[in-house]
Design a protein around this ligand. Structure first.
Ligand code: FNR
Length: 342
């Protein structure tokens, strides 16, 4: 099957399988504050992911890659929505365009429509330094996202089976590129050990992309003759993964993603320690159901709601929000307890 056809199937199946609810945010609660001593006008949404200064902590996460006209239209609409709302945007894997130059226009449109915004390139960890340089140049990226997707590859009938040398290749990319490298998962989460290893490799930040949203185990199982059901319940829930990521690597910037569907989920992920939050499946659904203007309206209202939540909590900045008290219950509490995290 061609890469383009597979990517088109991913979009269709992501919309069909939808977002799970198991990211753990439902087990994280804010402590209400009756005297927050702030005003809505004092709230600032700007944040930093390492050297990248962002006017908003929200990203549209990597999605489409190499699906011809459909990818072009989705990327164009996402880029316009990102520009109009001032949020960052990661393009989907650019490997197909590196292998088939006719597809380059489906990515270039992102920079054309959003010349001044924060844009991330995206490739898998198999990428060579030359491919990474070309991908960054294609969209004039501010950073390169390298995605890790072991479980997706294993579930994919035509997927990779050899995962040796990944950390070494990431180290090489960090050394040889002019832009920072961010390593992201694809819906299975990262443990503190993984994040520590990536920090050692010199990456700028991690995007934990945890369990609880788009489920590539389920998506790939729909494409298999004999399914691997155990991979549909595999992974580290996003809320847990954000805390794990910060546990041993306190100063590594963390982007939270995986199952984030609302301003409240974003607020909770920042309060758990993330510097920013990224949404893929949810924004794809809004775009497909309500079009580009609907997506712009939704991102605008998420930003406004986030300000209201921060007002209620007396958190004027994202840094303040990272310090508000939280109550953690259920599976999330047990997980963190067993991992020795207070
Ligand atoms: C993705 N995702 C993804 N990630 C990546 O790094 N490169 C890619 O090319 C893709 N492709 C892709 C296609 C589609 C249709 C979806 C929905 C998602 C994964 C995505 O960035 C994110 O890590 C997961 O989807 C989990 O986040 P959500 O969807 O639960 O917000």
């Amino acid at each position: 099957m061609s890469r383009s056809k597979r990517k088109a199937e991913h979009i269709e199946l992501a919309l069909e399988t939808g977002q799970l609810r198991g990211s753990g945010f439902e087990e994280v609660a804010f402590l209400h504050r009756s005297i927050p001593d702030t005003s809505h006008d004092s709230i600032e949404l700007k944040t930093r992911v390492g050297e990248l200064a962002l006017s908003s902590p929200i990203f549209i996460n990597a999605m489409t890659g190499g699906g011809g006209r459909q990818t072009y239209e989705i990327n164009r609409d996402l880029a316009i929505a990102a520009r109009e709302t001032g949020v960052g945007l990661a393009v989907g894997s650019q490997m197909s365009a590196l292998k088939n130059r006719e597809e380059i226009y489906t990515y270039e449109v992102v920079r054309k429509e959003n010349p001044d915004g924060i844009v991330f390139s995206n490739l898998g960890s198999e990428a060579s330094v030359e491919q990474a340089k070309e991908a960054v140049k294609m969209v004039d990226a501010d950073a390169l996202q390298i995605h890790l997707n072991v479980v997706q590859e294993l579930t994919m009938p035509e997927g990779d089976r050899d995962f040796r040398g990944v950390l070494h290749r990431i180290e090489k990319l960090v050394d040889c590129l002019d832009v920072p490298v961010i390593v992201k998962e694809t819906g299975f989460g990262m443990s503190m050990e993984t994040v520590e290893a990536l920090k050692g490799a010199g990456v700028l930040a991690v995007d934990v992309s945890g369990y609880g949203g788009t489920n590539f185990g389920a998506i790939e199982n729909r494409r298999r003759a004999k399914s691997l059901p155990f991979f549909e319940e595999w992974g580290i829930p996003t809320a847990v993964s954000v805390v794990e990521a910060k546990e041993r690597s306190q100063n590594i910037p963390v982007i939270a993603s995986g199952g984030i569907q609302s301003s409240l989920d974003i607020a909770k992920s920042l309060a758990l320690g993330a510097e920013a939050a990224a949404l893929a499946g949810y924004f794809l659904k809004v775009l497909s159901q309500e079009g580009r203007d609907g997506l712009i309206a939704e991102i605008t209202s998420i930003k406004e709601e986030l300000k209201m939540i921060m007002t209620a909590l007396g958190a004027n900045t994202i840094k303040d929000l990272q310090k508000v008290p939280l109550l953690i219950s259920g599976h999330t509490w047990h997980w963190l307890d067993q991992r020795g995290i207070d």
